[in-house]
Design a protein around this ligand. Structure first.
Ligand code: C5P
Length: 232
């Protein structure tokens, strides 16, 4: 599995998404479809983007009882997505059930990764609301190890955590990292960011890039710049 740039298609309609993707004539980028677009347009959006030749990371972050997640994952697998995810906090039993549900009769399946702790959760919320007293970094690494033991392929994490995740879970364990900005770009609401080149050096396997590409004056040029900095 090679390194790649995944464009976060955080649009609220099929029209906006497809006219954005129409810009890409030479290369079909790997795209991320999140809750906003999936809940607005449904599974048909996935089929339409697949038909155009894109690989898809369906970022729905499943978290429910193992049997429900297993059946939901079977539906996503039939949709032929390339990557999907669950919350590691759903437990190892849930992650194993997700893998079972995803596996097709021929043994193939989409890549399955886990969200460890959301970056919107801070140490105070971890301790006061979730009653987890350990330091965030230890929690993230422990959840990553659980995902690895359950048989998952990797985790979503900050590029700043990619090296530690690889150290704990092996070089083959994928790190899919948002929070990427160009050196001369606007950070927006992302606080701890890395450039595509730095994310590459940190060991990220996939970078997830939204606004630096979707809001650029020339999205194709911005995408090509990401590829150049990250992959080559
Ligand atoms: O526009 P931007 O590059 O910030 O988009 C990053 C994408 O990655 C968004 O879809 C965002 O929801 C997602 N994401 C993130 N941080 C996480 C998990 C997901 O920015 N910890």
């Amino acid at each position: 599995m090679g390194k790649d740039v995944i464009i976060a298609c955080d649009f609220d309609s099929a029209e906006k998404t497809l006219s954005f993707l129409d810009l890409f004539r030479d290369r079909k980028p790997f795209v991320k479809i999140g809750m906003e677009l999936f809940y607005a347009e449904g599974p048909d959006m996935v089929r339409r983007i697949k038909e155009r030749g894109h690989r898809i990371f369906l970022d729905l972050k499943l978290h429910d009882i193992p049997n429900t997640v297993k059946k939901a994952m079977a539906s996503l697998s039939r949709l032929d997505v390339d990557m999907c995810n669950v919350h590691a906090s759903g437990t190892s039993a849930m992650m194993k059930a997700a893998l079972e549900g995803l596996t097709r009769p021929d043994g193939s399946r989409p890549i399955l990764i886990a969200v460890t702790q959301l970056t919107s959760t801070d140490q105070t919320a971890l301790e006061d609301e979730l009653l987890i007293k350990e330091p965030m970094k230890d929690v993230v690494m422990s959840y990553a190890r659980n995902a690895k033991s359950a048989g998952l392929d990797g985790v979503v994490c900050s590029p700043l955590e990619a090296a530690a995740v690889h150290c704990a879970c092996g070089e083959d364990f994928l790190t899919v990292t948002p929070g990427v900005r160009f050196a001369d770009g606007d950070k927006g609401d992302q606080k701890r960011v890395m450039t595509p080149a730095q994310a590459n050096e940190a060991g990220s396997d996939y970078i997830v890039v939204g606004r630096p590409i979707t809001a650029a004056a020339d999205p194709v040029a911005a995408y090509e710049r990401c590829i150049k900095e990250f992959v080559s």
